[in-house]
Design a protein. Structure first.
Length: 145
């Protein structure tokens, strides 16, 4: 794991947007998968219920910093948007953050009734204006009379 992290960090240092975004995504995934692997690891068979609960709590405490690190690295990746970089790796980081932090990143757009009413009013106003123009006499014809 340490070797892979070091290699991805060296790739990030190249400062080529596609390579940086891909390496940052993969780095975040290393942390995420390690955290997930800790939580999914085998439990000793000889634990009673209380000991198993304690064991699970210790695993959660061990796994949590790696999940937080994964979130932080994915967030670093989406910071590339602020300098105009967007590619599939940044999109993948956004998708992963939507899973890891749905309250913050999995928001769907909500229809804004105020904007919708303004838009429909604007369309109605354009329609009325066009009708008035069609009914109005030609101004150049009136000047010539």
């Amino acid at each position: 794991m340490k070797t892979a992290i070091d290699k991805y960090n060296k790739l990030i240092d190249y400062e080529v947007s596609e390579v940086t975004a891909a390496s940052t995504y993969q780095l975040a995934e290393i942390y995420y998968h390690f955290s997930h692997a800790l939580m999914e690891s085998e439990r000793p068979d000889d634990l009673n219920a209380d000991e198993l609960e304690q064991y699970n709590l210790v695993l959660e405490e061990q796994a949590y910093p790696f999940e937080e690190k994964a979130i932080g690295v994915h967030e670093k990746n989406i910071e590339l948007l602020s300098i105009g970089v967007y590619n599939k790796w940044i999109d993948k980081s956004i998708e992963k953050l939507a899973i890891l932090m749905p309250a913050r990143y999995a928001r769907s757009e909500q229809e804004n009734t105020f904007v919708k009413s303004l838009t429909s009013s604007g369309l109605q106003a354009k329609s009325v204006k066009l009708e008035e123009q069609e009914k109005a006499p030609d101004a150049t014809a009136m000047i010539g009379e």
